[in-house]
Design a protein around this ligand. Sequence first.
Ligand code: H79
Length: 424
Amino acid sequence: AQDMQQGWNKEAVNKPHPGLNWFSSAKFGLFIHWGLYSELGGKWKDSSYYGSGEWIMQRAKAPAGEYAKVAASFNPTGFNAAQWAARAKAAGIKYLVITAKHHEGFSMFDSRVTDFDIVDATPYHKDPMKELADACRKEGLQFGFYYSQFLDWHEPDGGGNNWDFKNRKKDYRQYYQSKSIPQLKELLNNYGPLGIIWFDMPGGLSEQETKQMIDSLKAIQPSCLFSSRVGHGLGDYIDFGDSELPPTPIEGAWESIYTHNDSWGYIRHDMNFKSPAEIIRLLSSVASKGGNLMLNVGPDGKGEWPAYSIKYLEETGKWLQQYGESIYGTTHGIIPAQPWGVTTSKPGKVFLHVWQLPDNGQLRVPGLTARINSVTLLGTAIALPWKQSADETVITLPAEWPDKRNTVIQVEYSGQQPDWSQLR
Ligand code: H79
């Protein structure tokens, strides 16, 4: 539709920012989509929907008044902030971003701007965001809010709802002034220091107006990062499209976001969860290109996480306990992606993430021309024999392979080593 033509915004100012210190070494974030759509779980009346559960109101063309009634049965008695934060921590996650308001227009926090919020409109009557913000900080995690600043299918003057509010004017400044900006200020004022405001789907404002909005918000918390979908290239770091990974390493701060199954919001009939091996390899792939992975979980209307999300994140965390050194604080791999896997780097070190074992037990690594000092299985004292020649290094792998999903070999070197782009 007309409203959405501005689409993604993958540009960012790429200026120094205090928040980029934690962001750049964090590498692994947790996205949580939670709203009224979580109570619906992909079902509206007699129809079931697959994928993008958070879009169900739009896909079912539900009238705003009728959709709003879902709030009366939204009672997440299973929500447990300490447990959510502890799960994230144990999974090796460093930051958490949760939907404060998605396109459906419902506020998952206590807002004075509207009664269409979790405290006023549901039998729960409490603010889960306050508890979650505190629990995350207790665990040492950065905490942030997703906020859909333009689309709002509940408000006649918000963006996007053209199946219900047909006659609204095409000037969205009123919406920004009366809801988005006041709510963003509430989030920045009432929930302690935020790591990120994760804007989505820009629209309706000029570059000048977007700058003004950003300035008025940055005045409250200067060290909070704004995602690139704030629009007009004015974000602090780059977000690629949903479930999109750049083909080659990218300089600067950026993030790729992925669903765990095939939806952001909870879908009761979606069991297509990425396995621990897939998550671990995805995380390594994103890190090998220099970015952060923010993986999504969609809790249900009771506040319970899907069992597979709990289990698979826990297993990912165990892998990170052993191999985290090859992920956190790394930069993109100096060796380009190989048939056997990917690489990440630290000064004087390259980490070989091996997913595919060569039949003959000989791992071929092209382009390592610096002086190699040691080759070990990461997290162990086990040294591996290697033979370095002008165009490749051949490493002899042990007969016993620790982890078929991804075992990391650490190569320590000294002296000059060309980067991947010079190796092409
Ligand atoms: O919150 C998640 C998405 O709901 C949101 N961004 C992530 C983080 C998002 N907003 N807009 N879009 C994604 C792009 C819109 C895609 C659409 Fe469709 C294609 C809208 C209609 C067709 C996918 C399929 C969503 C509904 C049907």
